[in-house]
Design a protein around this ligand. Structure first.
Ligand code: FE2
Length: 319
C-alpha cells in the first residue's frame, strides 16, 4: 500500500492575502482564490490550500512556537497509490483510532504526536524533464550552447519533498504510528531521537522529519519543495528576497540528506524550503544514528552567508 508522498497541505493563515502572495512568489500555480480561500498546484499536480486561521471547519491548530501568530499547517494529506490501498489504510487505522472519511473520499485522523493527517488517492502526475547537461571537470556534457541557467525564469517547484514537525518529547516513542500503520521507514536518526522517515512509495532521503525540540517547541516547522536544479533554487531565493520575504537560512548544503537548500519564512506558517540534489535512497541504504555534536555533522557542509553559520532551520534571527 504505497504512500507516494505529500499530496496536499492545508494551512490556516492569519493574513490570507499575504500568504497567497507568498505562494505566488514561490512559483505555485494559483487555481482559485476567493472569499473561501485559495488553492495552488505544483507542477506534479499536488496542492496547497490556504484558508483563514479562524475557519472552524479546519482541524484545530497545534503549535506553541509561533513567529506567524496563529498561522500554521492545519493538515498534511498523504497521497496513496490506489483506492484499494486507501481502503486498506482506513480499515487498519479504524481498528485502533478514530478515522473519518469525507465526501471527497479523503480519510482524516490524528497521528501519535497530535498532528492532523489525511490520506487520499494521489492525483500526482509523473513529470519528465530533459536530462541536465552540466560541465563538470572530466565530464563535459554540454557543447556549443550556453547553460539553461543563464536564462532568468520564475522558478517553480515540481513536487513536495518533506514535512518537518517539532515535538517536545523523544520521537522514538511515537514514530510507531508512521512505521506500523503507514509503512514509513527510518532512513537516519539523530542521537537525540530526531528521526528522518521515508514513505514506502518514495526514494527521497526523507518525506517526514520529526525533530526533537530541546526548547519544548511543538508544531509544524517547515515544508520542503523540490526544484529542478541549483539555478532554480538560487533564482527562487533571490526572487523571494527581492519581493521582501525574509530568508531563514541559506543557500547551503545539508550534511544529512545532502540537499542544496534555501529556507524562507512563510506567512502561512513556519518556513518553506526550496531544495534540489537531495540523496535518493534504495533498499540497500543502512540507516545511521548521527551524533550532530561531532564536527563532521555539525551545522551544514557549507553556508553561503557567514551570518548563517550555526543557524538551524526555523531559528529566528533579527538580522
Ligand atoms: Fe527540510
Amino acid at each position: 500500500m504505497p504512500i507516494l508522498g505529500v499530496e496536499k497541505l492545508i494551512y490556516g493563515a492569519e493574513d490570507v492575502k499575504l500568504a497567497v502572495k507568498f505562494h505566488r512568489d514561490w512559483g505555485l500555480n494559483c487555481i482559485s482564490n476567493d472569499e473561501r480561500g485559495a488553492s495552488f498546484d505544483l507542477i506534479d499536480g499536488t496542492k496547497v490550500e490556504i484558508y483563514s486561521a479562524d475557519n472552524n471547519t479546519l482541524p484545530p491548530p497545534k503549535i506553541n512556537w509561533a513567529p506567524w501568530g496563529a498561522s500554521t499547517l492545519r493538515e498534511a494529506v498523504w497521497g496513496v497509490d490506489t483506492q484499494e490501498s486507501l481502503d486498506q489504510f482506513v480499515n487498519k487505522l479504524s481498528a485502533q483510532r478514530e478515522v473519518t472519511v469525507d465526501a471527497a473520499g479523503v480519510a482524516h485522523t490524528i497521528d501519535d504526536f497530535g498532528y492532523a493527517i489525511g490520506l487520499a488517492v494521489s492525483n500526482k502526475r509523473s513529470v519528465k524533464i530533459p536530462k541536465p547537461q552540466i560541465n563538470n571537470v572530466g565530464y563535459y556534457n554540454r557543447f556549443d550552447k550556453p547553460s539553461p541557467g543563464v536564462f532568468r525564469v520564475q522558478a517553480q517547484p515540481y513536487s513536495f519533498s518533506h514535512i518537518v514537525y517539532w515535538v517536545n518529547r523523544d520521537p522514538r516513542k511515537f514514530i510507531k504510528f508512521y512505521l506500523d500503520f503507514l509503512g514509513f521507514k527510518v532512513t537516519d536518526q539523530i542521537s537525540d531521537g530526531s528521526t528522518f522517515l521515508q514513505a514506502d512509495g518514495c526514494t527521497d532521503h526523507h518525506n517526514l522529519f520529526i525533530q526533537y525540540s530541546q526548547d519544548g517547541y511543538e508544531g509544524f516547522q517547515h515544508i520542503s519543495y523540490e526544484f529542478k536544479d541549483f539555478d532554480a533554487v538560487m533564482m527562487l531565493g533571490l526572487g523571494m528576497e527581492a519581493e521582501g520575504w525574509k530568508t531563514n537560512v541559506g543557500p547551503l548544503r545539508h550534511n544529512i540528506g545532502s540537499s542544496l537548500s534555501w529556507y524562507i519564512w512563510n506567512p502561512a506558517g513556519g518556513v518553506a524550503e526550496a531544495l534540489t540534489d537531495q540523496d535518493q535512497l534504495s533498499d540497500k541504504w543502512k540507516a545511521r544514528v548521527v551524533n550532530t555534536d561531532k564536527p563532521e555533522f555539525y551545522g551544514h557542509a557549507w553556508v553561503a552567508r557567514k551570518e548563517h553559520i550555526g543557524i538551524s532551520p526555523a531559528q529566528w534571527t533579527d538580522d
